[in-house]
Each structure stands twice: as C-alpha cells, then as structure tokens.
Design a protein around this ligand. Structure first.
Ligand code: GDP
Ligand code: MG
Length: 442
C-alpha cells in the first residue's frame, strides 16, 4: 500500500493550497486503507466526504506533497472522531456505592474475560471493593469460569446457586453488594450467537432490576460490521453507556473502532489486548487512528516538516530581533501567538535558547484578558506608530488609549514591555551562540 501511495504522492507535488483534485486523488487511497482496516463502507464514505470538505483549500506545509498533507489531515480527523467529546473519559462512573455495572454482548465476544479484567483494574488501581456475579445460566460451566477468574485475581464472586434465573441472581447480587459493603458489583450476562428476542428481554429485565450505572457492551473488535450491528441493536434495546473492543491484540487494523464511534456515538472505554487478566487498556484514539490508517510514516513525515518550518520561522524572527528590530508589529505577533498557544512559554520554547525567558514571562502571569487589552492597544496605533513606537508622544498616547478604551498607563506598560523584550532579544543575539544562548539553554 505504501508503494502505491508513494506513486500517487509523487505525482502530486504542487505547493500552496490543496486543490480539489489533490484531495480527491489522495482520498481514493485513504478510502482503500480504511476499507482494508475493516471500517464499514458507509462509515468510510461519510468520513471521506467530511474530510474532503475540510481538506480542500487547506495549506500545504513546505517540503510536503499535497497527498501527504491530506493523509495528515485524515489522521487528525480520525483522532477527533475516535475521541469524541472531551468529557467522555475512559473512566467508569461509580458514584455512590454499590454501583452496578452491567456487561452485555454476544457469546464469545469476551464478556466474562473483560468482566474479570475490569474488576481487577477497579480493585487494584482504584482500590474499590468489587463483587462479580455471573448471570449466565445458559452455557455449562460459565458461572464456574467467572469464579475461577475471581480467585485468580483476588476478587469476590457471588456464591453460585443452581437453578436460579438471571433476574433472581441479579437481585441477590444487589443485596449482597449492599450488605457486604462493596463499591461495585459487576453482572456478567449470558450471550447468544446472534441477537434474539429471548436474550434481549432477559437483559432488559436484569437492567430494570439493578438500574446499572454503566452498561458496557463487549464486542470482538475483529468482527467489523457485525460488531457495529450488534452495538446498534443493544443500544436501541438496552441502552449502552460505553463499548469495550476486545481482540485488539490481533492482526486486525481495528476499523471497527471508527465504525462503532461513528454509528453509535458511544464512547469506546477500553480495549482488550489479550487473554491475560491485565491485557486491558483505556482507549487511546491516537494509537488506534494510526493503526486504522496504517500510514504512520507519512504522518510522522508531515509532522516533522511542520516542526522544521516552525523552527525556521522562529529563527528568521530571531535574526531580526538580534539586529534590534522589535517593533509593535513584532510584539503584536508575539501576543497573538501567546493567545493561540496558551502562554508565552510555548512560543518562546520554539526559539533557540529562549527557554529561560519563557519561564520568566510565564511566571509574570499574563492572562488572556491582559493579552486582549494589549492587542487592542496595538490595533489602535497607526501603521507608522507600530513600526516606530518612538513616535508615541503624549497626544498620540491619549488618542490610542481612548481608541482602545484603556488608560495611558496601560499603554505605558505596553511600551515598556516592547522595549524590554526588544532589549532582551538583542542582548541574546549579541552574546552569540557560545554565550548567553548556551547559558539560557542549560
Ligand atoms: P463471553 O462468551 O463473551 O463471556 O467470552 P469470554 O470472556 O469467555 O471469551 C471468549 C474467548 O476470547 C476466551 O478464550 C478469551 O480468553 C478470549 N478473549 C477475550 N478477550 C480477549 C482479547 O482482548 N484478546 C484475545 N486475544 N482474546 C480474548
Ligand atoms: Mg461468558
């Protein structure tokens, strides 16, 4: 695939903005990659369509081909879709104890294994007291399977009573969890080979008895479109709060994750990475995006080019500053960068040798509202005044302060800052690479 892409990208070497043609050509390859990763066809199609809109007209980083740029845009968009809302963390909602967690899914998807893995995580990492109960009266030895795992990980299981139905077991688990002072009780339900009415109504009855805090659907990540259909069915009927994708340790590229996210909108909370009890991790959108796309080297290449370009821009700016050229336009650019990047520190970090200064400025506590005021002051200056702040005498100062709704004293502070920053930059330059720059970097 990489070879094929290489060929396409070689032909697309125009610079500047991405044309519709660039984007279309590259996205054809991306589409193949998504389908090869087992992303479902309608999801792949929709995803491509949304990226097409975003990518057309986007800037191409110097020394990167348009095709490569498109791949980077695709990669970032994949991460966004996979991550969903930022308030959906992988952590489980426990709240007031005892919290019921209902595990649902088809047979063989990994419910029992995942129940035990999660119980282990909750008890060891989060120091919760956990009780597990198997409601699987269908499969012979299913209850014993959970009991054995419980012993292995040191988590209690509800004693097995032969002949009870799932709802009765759920009730007993609930009572036991309250009486026994457990923080969490996990209900491992029976699965079927496929969705059927009996299964659904059974799970529904259990749900109504315990009112679960989390209902986690456990699905085999290798099953692609089937996994998505299963998720839709369970969500419609039972209502799920999250998904656990198992068998993400295999050869599959995990396209089910994207389909799942796009179709159900439910967060993928964990991924299963093997049969062992600690083979469970929180869902990492970046890692999964990389795997689905399978173009990690191209993404890395574009990121490197972007970093190089930023460093070059910083260097050019630095050269100007060394010559003592630091006017209000420079300051405005710096202030805007600070706004964008969330702090002077981040901006200065990119300039060679300015790390120490970055720290000092960060500590001076310039928050967003001050930045906005300072930019407003500069906006009220004429072009000439910005290029040569020495022009600013009393009457001009009054005009500028009034124009931005601020005081002359605010403007004086800004002027002082511009002078100080200019001096600092110049000094750093004069000391040369062996002197202060080296010192500042240490
Ligand atoms: P259930 O029928 O849904 O309860 O499925 P089980 O928990 O019994 O799991 C079925 C099989 O899948 C077992 O052999 C598990 O060891 C295996 N399994 C579960 N999760 C994973 C996983 O993340 N990776 C791998 N490789 N195997 C898994
Ligand atoms: Mg089971």
């Amino acid at each position: 695939l990489s070879d094929r892409l290489g060929g396409v990208f070689d032909r697309l070497t125009k610079q500047g903005a991405l044309s519709e043609e660039d984007v279309k050509t590259a996205l054809r390859e991306v589409r193949v990659a998504l389908l090869e990763a087992d992303v479902s066809l309608p999801v792949a199609r929709n995803f491509i369509k949304s990226v097409e809109k975003k990518a057309t007209g986007a800037a191409v980083t110097k020394s990167v081909t348009p095709g490569q740029q498109v791949v980077k845009i695709v990669h970032d968009e994949l991460i966004q879709v996979l991550a969903g809302d930022s308030d959906e963390s992988g952590e489980l909602r426990i709240g007031t104890p005892p919290a019921p967690i209902l595990m649902v899914g088809l047979q063989g998807g990994g419910k029992t294994t995942t129940t035990a893995k999660l119980a282990k995580r909750l008890s060891e990492r989060d120091r919760k007291r956990v009780l597990m109960a198997s409601l699987d009266v269908q499969r012979p030895a299913a209850m014993e399977q959970l009991e054995v795992l419980g012993k292995q990980i040191g988590v209690d299981t509800l004693p097995i009573v032969k002949g009870e139905d799932p709802v009765a077991i759920a009730k007993r688990a609930k009572t036991q969890a309250s009486l026994g002072g457990y923080d969490v009780y996990m209900l491992d339900t029976a699965g079927r080979l496929s969705i059927d009415e009996e299964l659904m109504s059974q799970v529904e009855a259990v749900r109504d008895v315990v009112n679960p805090r989390e209902t986690l659907l456990v699905v085999d990540g290798l099953t692609g479109q089937d996994a998505v259909n299963t998720a839709e069915n369970f969500d419609e009927r039972i209502g799920i709060s999250g998904v656990v994708l198992t068998r993400m340790d295999g050869d599959g590229r995990g396209g089910a994750a994207l389909s799942m996210r796009a179709v159900t909108g439910k967060p993928i909370k964990f991924v299963g990475l093997g049969e062992k009890m600690d083979a469970l991790e929180t869902f990492e959108p970046e890692r999964v995006a990389g795997r689905i796309l399978g173009m990690g080297d191209i993404v890395a290449l574009v990121e490197k080019a972007q970093q190089t370009l930023e460093a070059e821009q910083a260097e050019r700016m630095m050269k100007r500053f060394q010559k003592g050229q630091f006017n209000m336009n420079d300051l405005k650019m710096q202030l805007e960068q600070m706004q964008k990047m969330g702090g002077m520190g981040a901006m200065l970090q990119m300039m060679p040798g300015a790390a120490k200064m970055a720290k000092q400025l960060d500590e001076s506590g310039m928050d967003d509202s001050i930045l906005r005021q300072q930019i407003a002051l500069i906006n009220s200056m004429t072009k000439k005044e910005r290029a040569n702040p020495a022009l600013l005498q009393a009457s001009r100062k009054k005009r500028i302060a009034a124009g931005s709704g601020l005081e002359v004293s605010d403007l004086n502070k800004l002027l002082k800052m511009q002078r100080q920053m200019g001096d600092m930059m110049k000094k750093m330059g004069k000391m040369g690479k062996g002197g202060m720059l080296k010192q500042a970097m240490s």
